[in-house]
Design a protein around this ligand. Structure first.
Ligand SMILES: [Zn+2]
Length: 431
């Protein structure tokens, strides 16, 4: 009579992103398989024989060879759940503050194209730049990299035309709660203002920084000066260069002596010589160029770039400058992506994740605003492109802002949700 014993083998699959040289890194999901070994020969009756020790040796030998043969064919015969190794080694996360899905998917909103609603100074020039016969042509004129490259090669969430929704879950629909939801993977009801208070929650940036291979490989460049608190720069030790803070010297960036210093010094000079229209938000070109120099000099595996002008020009009621900021932002993203593809450390091994912290109102007055009391600000957009993300058209799905954190980790081979059960699951962008 056959007597079976189930033996569970734990196979640590070499997930990409886990430091394969470091056996302590067990945070990737261990792949489990059940292999059933026959124990028939191990019947107690056999051991009644004389010379039972010799027999036992023979049995053990048989067991071993059976084990090996089973292990050899288990990939074909047993139920094995093995995630394919990922090609992503690096992630660049970019957010564009308060950029509406209306412009991302529809291009120019013609109901705002006048002086009254949009504060537009030169309507013919703006019309010529971005307004087209169709929404599709207009969105492509406004964000050419997004529509010609990212959407063609990757995945886009939140397009109402595809009945695809991307939503904020914190219910407040302004910046600190939104960025905390993006970076921590859950909405925290205690985060209810934009005050410069250190985040008590750990971001996925900080969580990953504690993993082998990421200790000195996470950084953030942000236009808004609240980010050192959202990311809790003090506790996390992540360099966060934000607001009007000089790029050099910034001891946390550890760039002294590198070739980046001359370029960063020039940016700092610009920053001192141009009017500070927004006291708490520097111009995005400084953030973008700072990040680009840092990528060249330090090659971090995870970088967060947070651009802010779109939100501030909207609050200022300047639809022309809001569109101009969206267009420039798209070009900054193109240039960052092309720079990464020109560097062997990043080429074909980097995933780009792009989203926003909140939506805005949807009429001639409320487009400038957002928050709990403005309708429909929970609707946002997201996009992902990288070597492990096959292009697909997303239809009829709802995803949430809280899924970004686990997506960042998953692209780097780490299971964030397992460690942080409050966090939402990754976006369906990996095989
Ligand atoms: Zn705002």
């Amino acid at each position: 009579m056959a007597d079976h014993q189930a033996v569970t083998l734990f196979i640590e699959w070499p997930l990409n992103g886990i430091d394969d040289n470091n056996p302590q890194d067990k945070s990737g999901s261990p792949m489990t398989t059940n292999v059933v070994l026959s124990k028939a020969e191990n019947s107690p009756r056999l051991f009644k024989h004389r010379g039972r020790l010799r027999f036992r040796g023979l049995i053990l030998g048989l067991m071993l060879s059976l084990w090996l043969s089973v292990a050899g064919v288990q990939a074909q015969t047993a139920k094995v759940r093995i995630a394919p190794a990922l090609r992503t080694r690096n992630v660049i996360l970019i957010t564009v503050d308060g950029l509406r899905w209306q412009e991302v998917f529809g291009g120019v909103d013609v109901t705002l194209m006048d002086k009254d609603a949009g504060g537009i100074k030169d309507l013919p020039a703006l019309t010529q730049r971005f307004q087209r016969e169709t929404a599709r042509e207009s969105r492509e004129a406004l964000m050419p990299f997004f529509w010609r490259t990212l959407a063609q090669q990757g995945v886009v969430f939140g397009d109402p035309e595809q009945e695809s929704k991307a939503v904020v879950t914190n219910g407040l629909n302004f910046s600190y709660p939104g960025y905390s939801e993006i970076l921590c993977g859950f909405a925290d009801p205690l985060i209810d203002s934009n005050a410069k208070k250190d985040n008590v929650n750990v971001t996925v940036l900080e969580w990953l920084k504690q993993k082998p291979g990421f200790e000195n490989s996470v950084a953030a460049f942000c236009s808004w000066d609240v980010f050192p608190f959202i990311i809790n720069e003090t506790r996390s030790g992540i360099p966060v260069n934000a607001g009007w803070e000089p790029l050099t010297p910034d001891a946390s960036l550890n760039l002294e002596g590198s070739e980046a210093v001359a370029a960063l010094r020039e940016l700092d000079e610009f920053s001192l010589e141009i009017p500070r229209y927004f006291p708490d938000v520097r111009y995005d070109f400084v953030t973008f160029r700072g990040a680009a120099e840092f990528l060249k000099a330090k090659q971090p595996r995870l970088i967060y770039v947070s651009l802010g002008e779109t939100d501030d020009w909207a609050h200022a009621g300047r639809y022309d400058l809001y569109l101009d900021a969206a267009f420039r932002t798209d070009d900054y993203i193109r240039r960052l992506w092309q720079q990464l593809q020109s560097m062997p450390e990043y080429r074909d091994s980097t995933t780009l994740i792009l989203t926003t912290d909140h939506g805005r109102g949807d009429n001639r007055i409320e487009w400038k605003n957002h928050g709990e009391k403005v309708d429909d600000c929970e609707y946002i957009w997201m996009a992902v492109m990288g070597p492990d993300t096959p292009h697909q058209l997303i239809r009829g799905t709802t995803v949430t802002q809280s899924q970004i954190a686990a997506t960042v980790a998953a692209c780097l081979g780490h299971d964030y949700q397992k460690a942080v059960p409050r966090a939402a699951a990754p976006l369906p962008v990996l095989p």
